[in-house]
Design a protein around this ligand. Structure first.
Ligand code: PEP
Length: 249
């Protein structure tokens, strides 16, 4: 059985004071949830949010990491640095990084391999652009992202991997994939993983939906058998909304 997980992606939001307040507010609200729960916060908030959430069920994650342990990579943060401060999760290959910062399937592959080597669970994002969907290319795009993104990965590596299926046209737009479409696409991802890495990996791997998931659509999305959780952007910035999503019915 795959345990559901709801993960907040705060993106480039929240100065430290606000970050601490939001984290503090969340603690009692998600205490009884059946799902696992984590928040992926800006680098500058990692330590203070980690302190606030110590000894709670809420995990703390980063939103990117380099593939090297150290070196001449100005502006980057290494997985070793994240491990040193006890970070449990890291988003890799978010569509905003693919769109604006030149992230490719190759760099997603290298970043993911490095992160899991440092005992951090990688939340690897895949998803098609609107024009790719309209041209009927969704499956080809996803197959390529999966094949290249996880090239040379072993069955064991997948114990530290979560996939987030995020149709790019649904991120921050208020447009959500229908629950049936999201479920069918996630089933396609699971079947592709099965083909490439075997039944065991595909059955144990958590695959999340992301893209304008909110308090109104979460219950329907989470009722789908293939959807193991959500990656939540905008709606994770308010404690009550995020908690309602974590406590989906
Ligand atoms: C995201 O940032 O991964 C995301 C899904 O954003 P939103 O929920 O705002 O669409």
């Amino acid at each position: 059985m795959r345990k559901p997980i709801i993960i907040g992606n705060w993106k480039m939001n929240k100065l430290q004071q606000d970050a601490k307040e939001l984290a503090k507010e969340l603690i009692p609200l998600v205490q009884g949830s059946l799902a696992d729960c984590a928040v992926c916060v800006p680098y500058t908030d990692l330590i203070c949010v980690k302190e606030v959430l110590a000894n709670t069920k809420i995990g703390v994650g980063a939103q990117n990491a380099h593939w090297a342990d150290n070196g001449a990579f100005t502006g980057e943060v290494s997985p070793a640095m994240l491990e040193e401060i006890g970070i449990s999760y890291c988003v890799i290959g978010h569509s905003e990084r693919r769109q604006y910062f030149g992230e490719t399937d190759k760099t997603v592959n290298m970043r993911t391999a490095a992160v899991i080597k440092h005992n951090i669970t990688a939340i690897v994002c895949v998803g098609e652009l609107l024009e790719e969907r309209e041209e009927g290319k969704t499956e080809n795009v996803l197959r390529k992202q999966i094949t290249e993104g996880f090239k040379n990965f072993s069955e064991d590596d997948f114990k530290k991997i979560i996939i987030a299926y995020e149709p790019v046209w649904a991120i921050g737009t208020g447009k959500t994939a229908t629950a049936e479409d999201a479920n069918a696409t996630i089933l396609f991802i699971r079947n592709t993983i099965k083909e490439l890495f075997g039944e065991n990996v595909s059955q144990n791997l958590r695959i999340l939906y992301g893209g304008s998931m909110n308090t109104k659509n979460v219950d329907e999305l989470m009722s789908m058998p293939e959807i193991d959780g959500g990656l939540i952007g905008g709606a994770s910035l308010k404690a009550a909304d995020f908690a309602r999503i974590v406590n989906y019915r």
